[in-house]
Design a protein around this ligand. Structure first.
Ligand SMILES: Nc1ncnc2c1ncn2[C@@H]1O[C@H](COP(=O)(O)OP(=O)(O)O)[C@@H](O)[C@H]1O
Ligand SMILES: [Mg+2]
Length: 225
C-alpha cells in the first residue's frame, strides 16, 4: 500500500468540556491515495477541523490507526515529527497566520531556511510567489495585501517545501465568492502540476464539487457523497 499518502482506521477523538464529554470522531476510516483531490464537508461542529488537525499531526487521536506515507506519527519523536511535518505536509487555514512583521517573500522563505541557505530560500520563495501570481507583491507585508493575496502567500508558504500532502481548512471561508473561486482554481492547477494529494475542507458545495471526490463527516463517521 505504498501509494497511500494517508490511511486512517477507526480513528476516534473526544473532548471533555466542564465534565461533559463530546465524542467528535467516532471511527473514521479513510484512505488518500497519491495524487487524489478530496473535499471534506459537514455541518459546523461536525469535526472537520479536528480531523484535519489530526491529519496535520497537530492533534493526536484517542485511538485507531493512522499512517502518513506508511509511517505512524505516534511512533515518531517530537523532533522527527516536526521535521516530517515541515517537509511532507502543507497546511492552509481560513485565516492566513502569516507573520505580520515579515514581507510576503520572507514569510514564504521561513519554512525553507531551516534546511537551506538564506539565498537559496529566497530564490525558491520568489519562484513560488511567482507561481501564485504575486511576483509584484514580494516586499509587501500581510497588512498591505488583500484577503485573496494573503491566502496566495499562505498557499505559497504551504507548498514551497514541495510537500506530498496539502491540507486546507476552509481557505476560502474569509473571501468573497469570486476571489474564493480564483483561489480554488489556482489550487487545482498547482495540484495537477505537482501530483499533489489534497484535502480541502469547505462548506461551499460548488467549491467542494471541484475536487475529484467529495466526502462528508456526519455523526462522527465519513460518508461518501
Ligand atoms: N480543543 C477543543 N476542546 C474542546 N472541544 C473542542 C475542541 N476542539 C473542538 N471541539 C469541539 O469539537 C466539535 C467539533 O469541532 P470542529 O472540529 O472544530 O468542527 P468543524 O470544523 O466541523 O466546525 C465541536 O463541538 C467543538 O466545540
Ligand atoms: Mg472547522
Amino acid at each position: 500500500m505504498s501509494d497511500l499518502i494517508l490511511s486512517m482506521r477507526n480513528i476516534t477523538k473526544s473532548y471533555e468540556v466542564e465534565g461533559h464529554r463530546i465524542d467528535v470522531l467516532k471511527g473514521i476510516d479513510l484512505d488518500l491515495p497519491a495524487n487524489e483531490r478530496v473535499s471534506l464537508t459537514g455541518k459546523s461542529g461536525s469535526g472537520k477541523s479536528t480531523l484535519l488537525n489530526i491529519m496535520a499531526t497537530l492533534e493526536t487521536p484517542d485511538s485507531g490507526e493512522f499512517l502518513l506515507k506508511g509511517v505512524a506519527p505516534a511512533a515518531m519523536s517530537d523532533r522527527a515529527l516536526s521535521m516530517f511535518r515541515n517537509k511532507e505536509i502543507g497546511i492552509v487555514f481560513q485565516f492566513h497566520h502569516l507573520l505580520p512583521e515579515f514581507t510576503a517573500l520572507e514569510n514564504v522563505a521561513v519554512p525553507l531556511m531551516l534546511y537551506r541557505s538564506r539565498r537559496e530560500s529566497m530564490q525558491r520563495a520568489e519562484a513560488m510567489l511567482g507561481r501564485v501570481g504575486l511576483e509584484h507583491r514580494l516586499n509587501h507585508k500581510p497588512a498591505e495585501l488583500s484577503g485573496g493575496e494573503q491566502q496566495r502567500v499562505a498557499i505559497a508558504r504551504a507548498l514551497v517545501n514541495e510537500p506530498s500532502l496539502l491540507l486546507m481548512d476552509e481557505p476560502t471561508g474569509n473571501l468573497d465568492n469570486e476571489t474564493g473561486q480564483k483561489i480554488i482554481d489556482l489550487i487545482s492547477s498547482i495540484a495537477d502540476e505537482r501530483n499533489l494529494t489534497t484535502l480541502f475542507v469547505t462548506h461551499n458545495t460548488e467549491f467542494a464539487l471541484k475536487m475529484g471526490r467529495v466526502i462528508e463527516i456526519r455523526e462522527g463517521v465519513i460518508h461518501s457523497l
